[in-house]
Design a protein around this ligand. Structure first.
Ligand SMILES: [Zn+2]
Ligand SMILES: [Zn+2]
Length: 210
């Protein structure tokens, strides 16, 4: 046990920081007090401390970058959460930053967006069809592509053959171009190939018997 010279409490030795310059190898003040004094000091000299740190970083940019990188790796989740919170408060700033980043590395971002599209094809296909219907002011109901796939038994409504998932598309029985709604009742499972052949008028539309 040891008595803290600051708060005058007697505390176990584990409550004191190491300090080799002291006789017993422990700080004269307990951890709690050290923390408080430091916080107090920071609060009082905040501007000065920040300026000094900035000046030091400007003098040693390499060191600063390395330190920042290390800290980022260590507190990645926290940093990301902080960034997200800040972006939420300043959406226009975030947009500007993203634009600048895209201008700096256009190839990187193009590739990323292509990859994202490739990995989320069903989602994008559904969006695209919804958009086409919306532009024409047509009725839109949510269409779950997998639900349609199951409903139609995985069979193409045009050629009546099995449709592998990676070749699936949804065909509008009454085409959107002719005012057909985007809704489960007006779509049927079709091969992508069959669908595009039909839309060129080679195969006539087959209406679903509701
Ligand atoms: Zn104390
Ligand atoms: Zn087919």
């Amino acid at each position: 046990m040891k008595r803290c010279c600051h708060c005058k409490q007697t505390l176990p030795l584990s409550e004191f920081n190491q300090d080799r310059s002291n006789k017993d190898g422990k700080d004269a003040r307990c951890r709690q007090c050290v923390r408080m004094v430091k916080a107090e000091f920071y609060k009082r000299h905040r501007r000065k401390i920040i300026d000094a740190v900035c000046a030091h970083q400007k003098q040693h940019p390499e060191k600063a970058r390395e330190r920042n990188r290390r800290s980022y790796r260590k507190h990645r989740e926290k940093r990301l959460a902080c960034g997200r919170a800040y972006a939420g408060l300043h959406p226009e700033l975030k947009r500007k930053q993203r634009k600048a980043a895209m201008l700096k590395r256009p190839e990187h971002y193009k590739l990323r967006s292509l990859n994202y599209r490739k990995n989320n094809l069903p989602k994008f296909a559904e969006w695209a069809q919804q958009r086409r219907a919306r532009i024409r002011g047509l009725t839109i109901e949510p269409v779950d592509r997998m639900e349609i796939y199951r409903r139609d038994g995985g069979v193409c409504h045009i050629c009546k053959k099995h449709v592998p998932l990676n070749q699936m598309s949804l065909d509008h029985l009454v085409p959107i171009a002719k005012g057909g709604p985007h809704c489960p009742r007006n779509v049927a499972l079709a091969h992508r190939v069959c669908n595009s052949r039909r839309s060129t008028g080679v195969i006539p539309a087959q209406l679903r018997l509701a």
